[in-house]
Design a protein around this ligand. Structure first.
Ligand SMILES: Cc1cc2nc3c(=O)[nH]c(=O)nc-3n(C[C@H](O)[C@H](O)[C@H](O)COP(=O)(O)OP(=O)(O)OC[C@H]3O[C@@H](n4cnc5c(N)ncnc54)[C@H](O)[C@@H]3O)c2cc1C
Length: 365
């Protein structure tokens, strides 16, 4: 769509949901939308597409997280989520109300929907933004994201078309505190859609090892190439369990085949924001830091005092992880039980790959 340069439209956040429950990234984006709207002199709005039954509850939640308006698009073809009718509904809303900005989570659904809508509206879309701001002079959305393998941060603008569209990965921005009893304008719409869509969801089978385990975790114990082999991740699982957390990994460990990609933190893995992130045998490449640098407390264990991970760590332990991690497990157990218990036997030999034994430890937690 051509830019309407006279009056800024609203800043929209598409609320991703499973019916009754919204994805946390939607509320994180509403916090950003509020800030961007204030700078543009417009209002933040939530867009809730799907089953009208949940529209009211989700819009009330959206108001509590800062939305001043909520567009609820209701049609039987919109539940469960499939990209085609959702993109038709969102594009129709955008054509009618001319938002300045549309933000979506860089999730499987969000990426699917955003690209379809941007194509339909013939507008620009920047994926996986890590910063969003308004240029004070031009009032354009500044969309910053890693480029060239994460070696530079590129700021992208869409000067000629509207809406300006961006996706942001979960955990990149902090969720605002909800304000109880906040209200806003509810705009109910009935999009015109064909009942028989070409794609139908026959069954939904949830992944038992959903990547959400990293997303919602308060504590993440991540291992890198310094772990040397797959079975040494068992002790990271033990430490994570003692601290009430989950296991993450660098791409180095994933590429070595020691853990599956769903555990990967970083630019091509997940972006996480736990209270405590313990990086074990991870050097601290920029592509890893991108995914965990906003953790509240970062502890790094590395035997190289010059490892870049120490530049962003709140607490750095220089030493051999095969001594330090078992000592941490024993200390955690001692504090919990009032007595020390030995940590799993470790193997510092090199080479062996395969298996995710630490998951057994997680599962038995
Ligand atoms: C486009 C692109 C995308 C990428 N995306 C990601 C991503 O999403 N996530 C990611 O992690 N990486 C990513 N990478 C890879 C990244 O550049 C690094 O190669 C990777 O993070 C290195 O993993 P590592 O720190 O485990 O391994 P290394 O860099 O090899 O570090 C191992 C560390 O272990 C320490 N160590 C060894 N033995 C011990 C011991 N006994 N005790 C204590 N410390 C020890 C060493 O001193 C070293 O610092 C990406 C790269 C590219 C080009």
């Amino acid at each position: 769509m051509a830019a309407n340069l006279k009056k800024p439209g609203e800043v929209w956040v598409v609320v991703e949901h499973t019916g009754s429950e919204a994805a946390a990234v939607s509320w994180e984006l509403l916090g950003v939308a509020k800030k961007l709207s204030a700078e543009l002199g417009t209002r933040p709005a939530a867009v809730i597409i799907g089953d009208g039954d949940h529209g009211k509850t989700l819009s009330e939640q959206a108001f509590s997280f800062g939305a001043e308006a909520a567009y609820v698009a209701d049609h039987p073809a919109l539940t469960p989520f499939t990209a085609e009718p959702h993109s038709q509904a969102l594009a129709a809303l955008a054509r009618k109300h001319n938002p300045e900005v549309i933000l979506l989570g860089a999730t499987t659904k969000g990426r699917d929907l955003a690209s379809a809508v941007a194509t339909d509206l013939e507008t620009g879309l920047t994926a996986d933004c890590t910063e969003l701001g308004i240029d004070p002079e031009t009032k354009l959305l500044r969309q910053t994201r890693p480029a060239f393998g994460g070696n530079i941060m590129a700021t992208i603008i869409s000067p000629d078309t509207r809406p300006q569209m961006a996706t942001v990965r979960p955990g990149v921005f902090a969720r605002p505190e909800p304000v109880a009893g906040a209200s806003g304008e509810l705009i109910a719409t009935k999009p015109k859609l064909a009942k028989d869509q070409p794609v139908r969801q026959l069954q939904f089978i949830p992944d038992p090892e959903d990547e959400a385990s990293l997303q919602g975790a308060d504590v993440i114990v991540s291992g890198g190439r310094g772990m040397r082999q797959a079975k040494n991740f068992i002790m990271l699982g033990e430490l994570a369990r003692e601290l009430g957390g989950v296991v993450g990994a660098s791409r180095g460990a994933v590429d070595a085949g020691w853990v599956s990609a769903r555990h990967q933190v970083g630019q091509t893995g997940q972006t996480v924001r736990p209270i405590l992130y313990i990086a074990v045998g991870i050097s601290g490449a920029i592509q890893h830091l991108t995914g965990m640098q906003h953790s509240d407390i970062i502890v790094a264990i590395n035997n190289d005092p010059d490892a870049p991970i120490f530049d962003i760590a709140d607490y750095g332990i220089v030493g051999d992880l095969f001594e330090i991690v078992p000592a941490m497990i024993a200390e955690a157990r001692k504090r919990k039980d009032g007595k020390a218990a030995p940590a799993s036997k470790i193997d510092t030999g090199g080479g062996e790959t395969g298996g995710e034994d630490f998951l057994e430890s997680e599962a038995s937690a």
